[in-house]
Design a protein. Structure first.
Length: 595
């Protein structure tokens, strides 16, 4: 259909293009020359893309060549697919705003309660948006390398990790001026770039107002200029080119919280299987432990239920907000029999959709992974995190790695037991947050699994990632689709401009319409998914269908990439033959009041 429409447009405009007086390479000084157009567009494009990129803090062992290579990759992405960079900036903007709001709420709660549990003696201070951006970009790290957590020189705290410290009253007090000192740009430098971008836009508007033709290169540059302006608005308060993060001191209390965050994060999974160290640990509250100790001091938690009671028993689980289980509950829980996801069971819900599942474990007998048998010898009633005979994720048939637990893993478990009660007490004071940090299940109460610690904060975390931000999972996808539609629409607007050949015009129209129409279709689809839960079934069918996956990977994706490359390449190639009027400059006196 796109080809047919493009041919129709080509036929209708053939007459007008055949009468245009053209020329090749044109030199100054009487008019602007081809070299002037190239220099103006290339410099504007380079300045906008280069200066608009605000990348995250690199790893400690990264070299200058590696950092330059990373920046080059993002520059190429900004040139050929600027909507991906815009969606990344939008995700970081939402995360920074969310973190600032949550820290302010924590401080108001503490001041209202008259308590201050921060590790320094100062009153808790609200973080600025710049400080929150600094946390979002991996600006806060902890020193490691001792084997307890990781042998990397340092680990980065994610925004969720910083938010957890704030919730527990352990937020570091950081001066914003210290963060601004690390940034390599200020408002003046950004304003100069915005002026250059504004001049490019003003010049194009002036040419259109005087009915002068615009080159394809200028149109393509305008698209990137608009995206760069959006990036500046989203990243205005984000520090630029920060190479050294702020390292938090490893105090005695810090190791306990780090152990808890490590066990909940994907970084603790074995060989990348996605099963974190805390997955099989049931949490028992201090009250439940006191009751068990008073009623049956000789009975351990692991002996409460027999294996027969759990075999083929239907179970229900409500995942914590921000849990990784929301992306794929079946893979998270394990091989299941009957499986159902629904939001009607638990109401009201603090999120657009409940992550509530009901299921049956297929295995006829509940087993325990060999490496987890050690817990039944070590755990005692005072331990808040207990391994039970009811559920062991690593014992299910899709897990093949059963190496013995290391001494450090057991030490992390002991440290996490010392910190988990603090988190529970805070949730008791603020009941609305229990769904953020704990997963409730018929198998018991589990600690929610969120990425609190990473080896480094990647710039792009995925289109479904917003961490603890209370935003629908398709919000980023709809932004990406909208920007793609706008980018395609801008290039479609050039359908009546001059092209050296009819084939180039046809390919330009087809490429721009493919990008624009697909963006509009996906934008409408993702907006519908945010309001209509039943639309999720289409996304599930697409992701699980091998045929759709093959078509998307080997047909649509290559064509989409070729369309992007063609628009950029054709913008430069078309200058070999352009209308003479392209080199005329606008008469600025016509825009000024005169007699």
């Amino acid at each position: 259909m796109l080809f047919v429409l493009a041919i129709v447009v080509l036929i209708r405009s053939a007459a007008s293009t055949s009468t245009v007086e053209t020329t090749g390479w044109t030199s100054a000084p009487n008019f602007r020359g081809t070299w002037d157009i190239l220099v103006s567009c290339v410099l504007t494009l380079a300045i906008c893309v280069w200066s608009a990129l605000h990348l995250n803090v690199p790893t400690a062992d990264s070299t200058l060549a590696q950092r330059n290579l990373r920046r080059t990759r993002w520059i190429l992405l900004g040139i050929f697919a600027p909507e991906w960079v815009v969606s990344t900036a939008f995700a970081q903007y939402l995360t920074a705003k969310w973190l600032r709001r949550e820290i302010s709420e924590d401080n108001r709660h503490r001041k209202g309660q008259g308590s201050n549990t921060s590790f320094d003696d100062a009153d808790p201070q609200d973080w600025s948006i710049t400080t929150c951006y600094f946390a979002t970009m991996g600006g806060f790290t902890v020193q490691t390398g001792d084997g307890l957590f990781d042998r990397s020189p340092r680990l980065s705290l994610t925004p969720e990790g910083i938010r957890l410290l704030s919730f527990l009253g352990r937020l570091p007090q950081v001066k914003e001026r210290h963060i601004r000192d690390k940034s390599k740009a200020d408002g003046l430098a950004k304003s100069i770039v915005c002026l250059q971008a504004g001049w490019m836009i003003l010049q194009t508007i002036a040419r259109l107002a005087q009915h002068l033709p615009v080159t394809l290169l200028e149109i393509n540059t305008i698209g990137h200029v608009l995206c760069a302006l959006v990036l500046y608005l989203l990243w205005w308060s984000k520090p630029l080119e920060v190479k050294d993060p702020i390292t938090l001191p490893r105090e005695e209390w810090m190791d306990s919280y780090l152990a808890l965050m490590w066990m909940c994060s994907p970084i603790s999974s074995c060989d990348g299987d996605g099963i974190s160290e805390i997955r099989c640990m049931v949490y028992t509250t201090p009250l439940e432990r006191r009751n068990l100790s008073a009623s049956a001091p000789t009975i351990t938690i692991s002996e409460e239920h027999s294996e027969a009671d759990n075999a083929l028993r239907p179970h229900e689980t409500h995942f914590s907000i921000g849990s990784r289980a929301a992306r794929d509950p079946m893979k998270f829980i394990g091989p299941l029999g009957d499986f159902r996801v629904g939001s009607q069971i638990r109401s009201p819900s603090p999120t657009p959709f409940d992550h509530h599942v009901s299921y049956k474990i297929q295995d006829k007998t509940v087993q325990t992974a060999p490496e987890h048998e050690v817990f039944f010898q070590l755990q005692e009633l005072h331990h808040g995190l207990q391994h039970t005979r009811q559920y062991c994720r690593r014992a299910l048939r899709d897990c093949r790695n059963h190496e013995p637990l290391s001494h450090f893993a057991i030490q992390r478990w002991r440290l996490a037991c010392a910190a988990i009660d603090d988190l529970w007490h805070q949730c008791e004071e603020r009941p609305g947050y229990s769904d953020f940090y704990f997963t409730t299940s018929s198998l018991g109460t589990f600690v929610g699994e969120t990425s609190y610690i990473e080896r480094r904060m990647p710039n792009f975390l995925g289109l479904s990632y917003l961490g603890g931000v209370n935003v629908h999972k398709d919000r980023l996808k709809s932004v990406l689709a909208f920007v793609a539609a706008a980018y395609g629409a801008l290039h479609i607007a050039a359908w009546n401009e001059y092209y050296p050949t009819k084939v180039e015009r046809l390919l330009w129209i087809v490429s721009s319409m493919a990008i624009g129409s697909s963006g509009i279709a996906l934008w409408c689809f993702f907006l519908a998914k945010q309001s209509i839960e039943s639309f999720d079934i289409f996304g599930t069918l697409w992701s699980r269908s091998k045929a759709f996956s093959i078509i998307g990977r080997f047909v649509f994706l290559p064509l989409f990439v070729l369309a992007r490359i063609y628009l950029v390449v054709e913008a430069f190639v078309s200058l070999r033959k352009a209308p003479i009027a392209v080199y005329q400059t606008p008469e600025w006196s016509e825009f000024l009041p005169h007699l």
